[in-house]
Design a protein around this ligand. Sequence first.
Ligand SMILES: [Zn+2]
Length: 233
Amino acid sequence: MMRENILRLAGLVVIIGLSIFLFKTGYQVIGGALHLMTVVYLLWGTLNPQSRWFGPIQTQTENDQVWLTFDDGPDLRDTPKLLELLKAYRVKATFFVVGEKAEKHPALIRQIHEQGHQIGNHTWSHPQSTFWCAGPWRTYREIVKCQHAVEQIIGVAPRVFRAPVGHSNFFVHAVLRKLNVQLVGWSSRGFDGVSQDTDQVLKRIKASLKPGGILLVHENSEIAVDVAQAVLD
Ligand SMILES: [Zn+2]
């Protein structure tokens, strides 16, 4: 994993070095263009949640069924209600949990697992504004610490990972490959983390949700349970 990341970093340094060399030796246009392309490549690959530039990401299921996923839990208020709903509708979902919350509420993690739902990794501390620019070691720590937290509680480590706000940086894929964990995105969301208007959120979900889609709903968002209820209806 580290070797792969070092090679990636070395490749990047060589390309940036080459662009500076070209720029300084009279090839300003080619050097500038190469530099710009490198920056665009890094930013687009990191900030676009659906980008496959750095590695594979799942954004569809393999059949026509919708995959229901809940991010940012476990949550003392929402998780039990969501579990009750899922039980009533006999639907299985995936909970992408934050490691430090999981450690705080192990009973909720056990409950999710015992009811047959999947638990995914959503980093240790959910550093949503800085994960995109995290270096290789911080990226590794954020992912591995959450794996260990979940494994400590239920005996098995997550097999799926979702990046905070979908920003999977340059180094995420090498860590996931080493841990044999799949990166999962989404095809539909209602921006329920931003808007607390259930109707608006449902409208956005309805417009984007298709057979085989992956739906993202956030726990701890005031309207999580209402949204889940409406979607299941
Ligand atoms: Zn999140």
